[in-house]
Design a binder for this molecule. Structure first.
Ligand code: BG6
Length: 487
């Protein structure tokens, strides 16, 4: 386990803390991956005590076991693990904008190793960092560290991301700042590097000579839920693309790093993002969900969701065609899409290889045109599927399409992993490899700058429970391509 530390959570009553942070800490405790002296100091405006906070959390987390959409679903909590991380937590109610709170913290934290977790709306990041800095809480010493974990969204465009960096770097050194993107905590996402760079089976064909195009999808069936206040000024592009989808893009398209140090890996990601040809409005489709049905249940249109304007032009779906102007990928289209209230939940990367140069065989039984695809399915399936043509037994040279699947869950057993475990663990170890660098974030915002603008007219509407808007099909049709169905 990493050395002892105190995790100070700003926003201890928020959704992120309940759904992701605490379940991940619990998983780490249950796997014996936390120091015996690990402790939590929970902070929020809401009045509570450590005991009442822990009790409330336990009730919430136990209710997840009955909720099929919750990432965390331990039916019975292991008391030893729970007590060691949550029951012993301290709680302070206070206002993050007031310096007094931070003076109080100074006394409590002394010379401990501390991770400050910003699980708060983005508008509070800079003020909390300033208050921490002013109170001397970010000064490190040989004997102890001070680190900040900053949630996304990191700014809402290039200028605001730069400004936030300036604000953070006034208070702390780059080595103390951990910008989180929870997609990097997903096991199968991390394994893309191993797949590509530990096997000579894949890497030689992983380039423009053999790859026709690549699709990256993050489709969700959930709607905006109770997050209207956050989502209205954010939308699908800012919420998902320069962060999560570009994280997948980096993993799948970056060059091999010279080693696994944070610097080497992050530099390769940055170079890749800097090579994205800046997106133009013609390469981009956005849309909003209308009313429809999900799993046989009627669901409302986005404009009728709580805290959403009835005239909203916020997109809940974004799709784009992008090109990476470098030697490996020149001319290969990458299609990215993400949407809420779509027909199915699937996060995946699909690599479409070029067809064989000519057809030697009598005929193919498969009319889909989908031979030679490598699908990296990240959620909810965790597998790698390869489809290719084989000869159908019998007379005649007839091809048929088959799939070969490697399932992580079947092979290794299903692990509980809500996606933050590896990230929290790495932060405690001081490894920034899985966190975003400032340069990468800026390059990502720069790539989408021309499409990251408010819509001037009402957006196309797709029915909830559908595959998304037809306009997105046209983006691919120009090159003779099609989206894989979302199931
Ligand atoms: C979050 C977005 O960062 O990622 C959400 O704010 C989205 O809108 C979520 O639902 C998707 O993550 P996952 O791990 O559930 O695919």
């Amino acid at each position: 386990p990493p050395s002892a530390c105190t995790l100070v959570i700003f926003g201890a009553n928020g959704d992120l803390t309940k759904r992701l942070l605490i379940p991940s800490l619990y998983d780490l405790a249950a796997a014996d991956a936390l120091s015996n002296d690990f402790s939590i100091l929970a902070i929020d405006r809401v009045q509570a005590t450590g005991e009442s906070w822990a009790r409330g959390l336990r009730e919430t987390i136990e209710s997840f076991a009955k909720d099929p959409t919750a990432e965390f679903s331990a039916a019975e909590l292991n008391d030893t693990a729970w007590n060691s991380v949550v029951k012993t937590a301290d709680y302070i109610s206070g206002d993050f904008t007031q310096p007094e709170l931070f003076q109080n913290l100074h006394g409590r934290l002394g010379t401990k190793n501390v991770i400050f977790y910003f699980a708060v709306p983005a508008g509070l990041f800079a003020v909390i960092a300033k208050n921490l800095g002013d109170a001397g809480l970010l000064k490190e010493d040989e004997g102890f560290y001070r680190r900040l974990i900053v949630e996304k969204p990191f700014g809402h465009d290039l200028a605001t991301a730069r400004q936030l960096d300036v604000d953070l770097l006034k208070q702390a050194d780059e080595s103390q700042i951990y910008r989180i993107d929870h997609f990097l905590g997903k096991e199968v996402v991390q394994s893309i590097m191993a797949m590509r760079f530990a096997n000579s089976l894949f890497e030689p064909i992983w380039r423009r000579e053999y790859i026709d195009h690549i699709e990256i999808t993050a489709a969700e069936t959930i709607g905006v839920e109770k997050r209207g206040k956050f989502y209205e000024p954010t939308g699908a592009l800012r919420d998902m693309v320069p962060n999560h989808l570009f994280t997948l893009l980096c993993m799948v398209a970056m060059e091999p790093p010279i080693n696994l140090s944070a610097k080497a890996v992050r530099d390769e990601k940055t170079k890749l993002l800097q090579a994205i040809r800046p997106l133009k409005p013609a390469d981009y489709v956005r849309a909003q969900y209308g009313a429809g049905q999900i799993n046989g249940q009627d669901v409302p249109a986005y404009r009728n969701e709580p805290d959403v304007s009835p005239e909203s032009r916020t997109e809940t779906y974004s799709a784009m065609r992008l090109y990476i102007d470098n030697w490996r990928w020149g001319g290969v289209p990458f299609y990215l899409r993400t949407g809420k209230r779509m027909k199915g939940r699937s996060t995946e990367v699909a690599i479409f290889l070029k067809r064989a140069p000519y057809n030697l065989f009598d005929r193919s039984e498969d009319m889909s045109g989908l031979a030679n695809i490598i699908r990296l399915r990240l959620d909810p399936l965790h597998d790698i599927e390869m489809s290719f043509d084989v000869k159908k037994p019998g007379t005649g040279e007839i091809l048929t399409l088959v799939q070969s699947v490697f399932s992580y869950d079947e092979f290794f057993g299903k692990e509980t992993n809500v996606g933050y475990e590896a990230l929290l663990y790495d932060c405690m170890k001081g490894d920034q490899m899985l966190f975003q660098s400032a340069e990468a974030i800026e390059a990502a915002w720069a790539a989408v700058e021309a499409i990251n603008r408010p819509a001037e007219t009402d957006l196309p509407v797709y029915a909830a429970g559908s595959e998304g808007p037809k306009e997105a099909d046209a983006l691919l049709a120009e090159n003779g391509h099609k989206w894989l169905p979302v199931t």
